[in-house]
Design a protein around this ligand. Structure first.
Ligand code: 2PG
Ligand code: MG
Length: 450
């Protein structure tokens, strides 16, 4: 082991995320080289996510503090990893997981563990005088080599992801009354990542004017910077987004398509889907699926995330049979970036795409494994931010390094989102032909292997 990449110090502190909620920041050094990372945090969290440790002490930050997680890094995880080679992410994450000793990282906290895992990757890159994206691409190559025999090389080519970008927020992310959480646009006709971004900004501005003109003067923005208007029902948000695409001079469908994150786990009660914006209608999985089929016939929708709830495997099977060959059906709460859950989905033949969130599983190596498993099975990975984010832009490098093909960061307002979009602009500029744009075809349904 080279001394320059040996971990010499690990230090955590409490900082704030984009909702003003405490989160864990970790700094790792390898001699002179320094790496830093901050754990993100979700609002619409899945039941199978790794456990985020919060103090629960009502005196400070209404119980949302993370001082215990910080202490766990400084007092327990630091001594466990000091002296390890920061380049060896697999062994490092293994050590972190063993030190915690639980299946869901609940003893020391997934926020503590992920902070160390990511900060170590940053420090390893710095110690090797290598941009993070190249270090992550090297780790990805190691994982691909160890898991697969032939044909590994083409999996290691980097690419610029196609973004799916929030325009209107509902559900747990905004104060309006929409049941569905995210109405997103996907610039499938753009020729490059930077062109995609430019189109998105045009549509976002036009959508703002349309909402104002329609009398939604006092709209607020949601947690991810998308508009949070009080619209009468779930469908009206769709027609606003289509209008905005057209007003921006783009073809709805061919240039810019639509994605939904229904986040339905959060309105699933006693076996039915409860829509408060629709006079409290209770829909069965089959009825909600029928709704998606009708919408897919009338709107240029190409992707639906968490159309059904995290435990509704039978409903998901019906949804996949109805729409799986036409649309990207993305599992977020369903899979929680967890290899066991993804394997179960593949075995049951449900969904065809996997949302990838580092903090759902709580370490970098496990996240790489989830991306690998998804890609191997023909399920498209979509690297995603959380609704609670920070200036940490690691997911931009992760998406490029693993050629995930798609990324979801929220809207294009608010700096915790722009930190990632801008990092992608840097990577596009710096990597050039080494990371070609994944393009619109990536969102078409994956062919499941026979
Ligand atoms: C989601 C995410 C990000 P949260 O549901 O996909 O949009 O939300 O981080 O609140 O789980
Ligand atoms: Mg989601």
């Amino acid at each position: 082991m080279q001394d320059e990449t040996r971990i010499t110090t690990v230090r955590a502190r409490q900082v704030l995320d984009s909702r003003g909620k405490p989160t864990v920041e970790v700094e790792v050094t390898c001699g002179e080289a320094h790496g830093r990372a901050i754990a993100p945090s979700g609002a619409s969290t899945g039941r199978f996510e790794a456990c985020e440790l919060r103090d629960g002490d009502n005196q400070r930050y209404a119980g949302q503090g993370v001082l215990q997680a910080v202490a766990n890094v400084n007092n327990v995880l630091a001594p466990a990893v000091i002296g390890l080679d920061a380049r060896d992410q697999r062994s490092l994450d293994q050590r972190l997981i063993e030190t915690d000793g639980t299946d869901d990282k609940s003893r020391l906290g997934a926020n503590a563990i992920l902070g160390v895992s990511l900060a170590a990757a940053h420090a390893a890159a710095a110690a090797q005088r290598m941009p993070l994206v190249r270090h992550l691409n090297r780790l990805w190559g190691q994982l691909v080599d160890s898991e697969s025999a032939a044909g590994a090389d083409d999996m290691c080519q980097m690419s610029m992801p196609l973004p799916m970008v929030n325009m209107i927020s509902g559900g747990l992310h905004a104060g309006g009354q929409l049941d569905f959480q995210d109405y997103l646009i996907i610039p499938v006709g753009a020729a490059s990542y930077s062109e995609a971004l430019e189109w998105i900004v045009d549509v976002y501005r036009k959508l703002g004017s349309l909402l104002r003109d329609a009398g939604h003067e006092g709209y607020l923005v949601g947690d991810e910077g998308g508009y949070g208007p009080k619209l009468p029902d779930n469908e009206s948000a769709l027609s606003f987004v289509v209008q905005a695409i057209e007003c921006a001079g783009r073809e709805a469908g061919d240039d810019i398509a639509i994605g939904l994150d229904v986040a339905s786990t959060h309105f699933f009660r006693d076996g039915a889907y409860y829509l408060k914006s629709e006079s409290g209608a209770n829909l069965s999985a089959a009825e909600l699926t029928q709704r998606f089929v009708e919408w897919a016939n009338r709107y240029p929708i190409v992707s639906i995330e968490d159309g059904l709830a995290e435990d509704d495997w039978d409903g998901w099977k019906t949804l996949t049979e109805a729409l799986g060959d036409r649309l990207q059906l993305l599992g977020d709460d369903l899979f929680t970036t967890n290899v066991t859950r993804i394997e179960e989905g593949i075995r049951r033949g449900v969904a065809n795409s996997v949302l990838i969130k580092l903090n759902q599983v709580g370490s970098l190596w496990e996240t790489l494994q989830a991306i690998y498993l998804s890609r191997q099975a023909g399920y498209r990975p979509v690297v995603s931010a959380r609704s609670g984010e920070t200036e940490d832009a690691t997911i931009a490098d992760l998406a490029v390094a693993t050629a995930a093909g798609q990324i979801k960061i929220g809207s294009i307002a608010r700096s915790e989102r722009l930190a990632k979009y801008n990092q992608l602009l840097r990577l596009e500029d710096q990597l050039g032909n080494e990371a070609p744009f994944a393009g619109g075809d990536i969102v078409r349904p994956a062919q499941r292997p026979t």
